[in-house]
Design a protein around this ligand. Sequence first.
Ligand code: 2M8
Length: 436
Amino acid sequence: MSKDNLQKKAKHILDANFNEDKGFTIPCEGLYPFQWNWDSGFIAIGFAHYDSNKAKREIEALLSAQWENGFIPHIVFHNDSDTYFPGPDFHLSKLHPLASKSHRTTGMTQPPVLGFVLKEIYDIVDDKEDMLNFIKQNIDKVFFNHQHFYNHRDPNQEGLVFIYHNWESGTDNSPIWDDIWETMDPPNYKFERRDTTHVDAAQRPTNREYDYYLHLIEIAKAHNYDDAKIAELSPFLVQDPLFNAMLIKSNEALIELYEMIGDSEDKISTLKAWQEKAITRFNEKLYNEKLGGYVHYDLRNEKQIEHLSSSSFAPLFSNIPTKEHADVMVNTLIKKFGGEDRYLCASFDPESDRFNPKKYWRGPIWINLNWMLYNGLNNYGFTDIANRVKEDSITLIEKYGFYEYFDSRKSVTEHAGYGGNNFSWSAALLLDLLKD
Ligand code: 2M8
């Protein structure tokens, strides 16, 4: 397919998934019928390439559901839909006294991409003045959100924030969580899955995994989504390198934007203090010498979770590793994830016995993680391997379509796109990858 046709197709998908009335974009028809937090950020980057008004509306729609304490939820239920479980009646965000009064949402969040998304869209659009005005109107909300993280999700006050649910990580059923599930024994809940009516069950989490997911929410609900109680009681309490890298990248972007806006010295110095503490601790606590990359830290059980995943490389995007560590990480990437027989980059270590090439976050390639990896490798001057990640992403979409995730094995030459089709962030980030 020509570059032109790919761009046309991508724009068509984004426009079709955009809800004109409410001003937000669904990730994918049927499978995900609401507004998702980090999806929206990536989607806004795609829109910035051809319709900056939609990029702005997308972000405004997400921020319109920000809680009174600064929290930005992971799903905003702008509309009703019976094609997704669990919906608003299960999540019951209103249990939290400071939850949005205007919107039903979940009581959990997702990787905080908004800060760097504002900077990306500013860099993309032609009308800088107009976009800077938009940023001026919204940037404090993102700052407030970061403040909430550092005040309520960092019990040790060490600069690293926790997530209490695998859905907060964005990498839902990653094998990273398997050891945590072994510490839990949730009931067998009665529920009706909807995802498996849209997508082959072999490509989605199991019912038993959903028991863990629901149980974590039940614990949080029993304490009205109170962060302090969650920190005390949730069996899932993790410092995730992807999540924290997104927060750090967003801090960096907020500093740059506040400097452009001017007159924001207090906020800039607060952001700089957060950055210094966070980056130092990130390197001390999340780097694993033996594996040659960053790993997750299980804060409940006080140990590193020693597995490599595509999240291990996200810190490159946020300029966290030293040059020496970046060199080691690139070796790890090529050796473990980048054999001749594979497209880059599998979401989980392909050499592990937990790797599954078809199952969601247990192995397939995701375009958003590839987009970060491409930009991260470029940050450190690894342009050849960065270009390989970009070319692989374009090839997979060209060959198989705008799927949610893809098989990393080159030996699979048919139907290697999995999950939902006409998937918004695959379309949005392809537009960005094709820009130069
Ligand atoms: C997936 O997660 C949702 C729950 O949030 C699900 O499986 O129902 C993940 O891939 C997540 O990262 C993504 O934001 C969401 C919507 O695309 O789908």
